[in-house]
Design a protein around this ligand. Structure first.
Ligand SMILES: C[S@@+](CC[C@H](N)C(=O)[O-])C[C@H]1O[C@@H](n2cnc3c(N)ncnc32)[C@H](O)[C@@H]1O
Length: 430
């Protein structure tokens, strides 16, 4: 396919996503199934156009004075991908599968857009109703933080130290331009490429199949380390889901001790069994909520790790469609979930043990405010400084820029090059 056909496909897919509210991955997959002639390069280019259009949906609408999927895709190709209106017109002319050629009005809007600088929520590509929260979190840097959340994310890998080491893996992965991560000692990064470029399929690598590494954002790796999980400890991963943090905790513990991996939704736990096997982890007991309660763990855990259900505003780079789907109702539901999870999970911490609360959100309501309210409700817990723990476990690493009075930390793409992650550490008074 040429670029004209790819533009046409991207408009079709984005229309499906926006008018029929289809999940973007599903809409892309269905398009691929009904257009079998499209090669993998075409699918990548179409996906990149759709994802980039979603990442910059608000700023494109403001700059182009149009909300249509067609203009969002044309704007992505001409402006974000820097092909210009000439490049766009050339793509129309060179391909009989191209969409309807751009009208004069469309070309003038695209030309004028180069000089239009949106402000506030639109400049930051943040939904307008969340702009106040963004400003609360970041003040003057709110626009820059929103813009960083609208960029493409790298592929981050966590070296599984139970089976491999970073030097060895970097050699094995040199053909995909993998390099050592800047912040974590066990991280490997493949930087994002622009335009229609394809990222490597790391799950096809021998090292992935053999469990030498896991796919995990560097921010997620860093907050896992703040648990300071040690060999021989008793740990409850209370919102274990697919087990990303469980695996990181097991590696920190050198496979020694016991991790109980629990999640309220048993289906979310399903992938964990294969992942544990592949990673060679044998220190984890999966606790199925349908068949077990956690009574015997009450007051007995050295560490309870809460990777809380949240709005996921910190991972908008990877899921740009979720940014525009998020509603006030969903935020208030997640806030309720977080209160329930904190109040339930804290019962399992032994006196003197630790409670770690993590979200992949940057909103103060889900982070600082949630911990302030928890500490007010539960006087037997007190805060520890996550920043001080950061300095102990990551002595070589740059420090997070956003740290609240308690020492809770917030990582962001703009400041740390990671997804957005918040972490607070507390202890049960002995
Ligand atoms: C952020 S996800 C966990 C991701 C996972 N830890 C990982 O690293 O792959 C949050 C999880 O919390 C779970 N959850 C929501 N409410 C819960 C509750 N009341 N008790 C326990 N888990 C809950 C959800 O099912 C979801 O799997």
């Amino acid at each position: 396919m040429k670029d004209g056909g790819r533009l046409s496909a991207a408009i079709e897919v984005l229309t499906e996503v926006e008018t029929r509210h289809r999940p973007v991955q599903m809409a892309l997959r269905d398009w691929g199934t009904s257009h079998r002639f499209a090669g993998s390069g075409d699918r990548t280019a179409i996906g990149n156009l759709v994802f980039d259009a979603l990442r910059h949906r608000a700023s494109l609408s403001a700059r182009l004075s149009s909300d249509t999927p067609r203009m969002a895709v044309l704007g992505t190709y001409a402006l974000t991908w820097r092909n210009g209106t000439e490049g766009l017109q050339a793509a129309f002319e060179a391909d009989s599968h191209a969409p309807e050629p751009a009208t004069e009005d469309e070309i003038s809007a695209l030309t004028a857009a180069a000089d239009i600088v949106p402000e506030g929520a639109a400049a930051a590509d943040v939904p307008a109703w969340l702009w106040e929260s963004f400003q609360g979190a970041f003040g003057e840097k709110a626009e820059a933080e929103g813009q960083a959340l609208a960029t493409r994310a790298p592929i981050d890998l966590r070296v599984n130290t139970l089976k491999s080491d970073r030097e060895k893996l970097l050699k094995k992965l040199s053909h995909i331009n993998a390099s050592a991560s800047a912040l974590t000692p066990t991280g490997i990064r493949v930087v994002a490429k622009p335009g229609a470029a394809r990222m490597p399929h790391v799950q096809a690598e021998e090292g992935y199949q053999k469990g030498w590494f896991e796919l995990q954002d560097e921010g997620s790796q860093l907050v896992s380390l703040l648990g300071q999980a040690k060999p021989g400890q008793q740990v409850l991963d209370f919102c274990a889901g697919g087990g990303g943090k469980t695996l990181a905790l097991a590696a920190s513990m050198g496979n020694k001790g016991q991790i109980f991996a629990y999640d309220a939704e048993r289906l979310r736990l399903a992938p964990i069994h294969d992942r544990l096997k592949r990673a060679g982890v044998h220190s984890v007991q999966v606790k199925d909520p349908a068949t077990t309660d956690l009574k015997e763990l009450e007051g007995a855990m050295d560490l309870v790790f809460i990777d809380a259900p949240c709005t996921g505003t910190g991972v908008w780079r990877r899921r740009p469609d979720s940014k525009w789907k998020l509603s006030e109702k969903a935020l208030s539901d997640r806030l309720e979930d977080q209160i329930a999870v904190l109040d339930r999970a804290c019962k399992y911490v032994r006196p003197g043990g630790r409670l770690v609360y993590v979200t992949c959100s940057v909103l103060p309501q889900e982070n600082t405010d949630q911990i302030t309210a928890f500490l007010e409700r539960n006087s037997e817990f007190e805060a520890l400084s996550a920043l001080e723990i950061w300095k102990q476990v990551l002595p070589e690493c740059k420090e997070p820029e956003y740290v609240n009075e308690r020492g809770d930390v917030l990582l962001t793409p703009a400041t740390m090059g990671t997804d957005g992650f918040f972490a607070a550490v507390m202890t049960r008074k002995a």
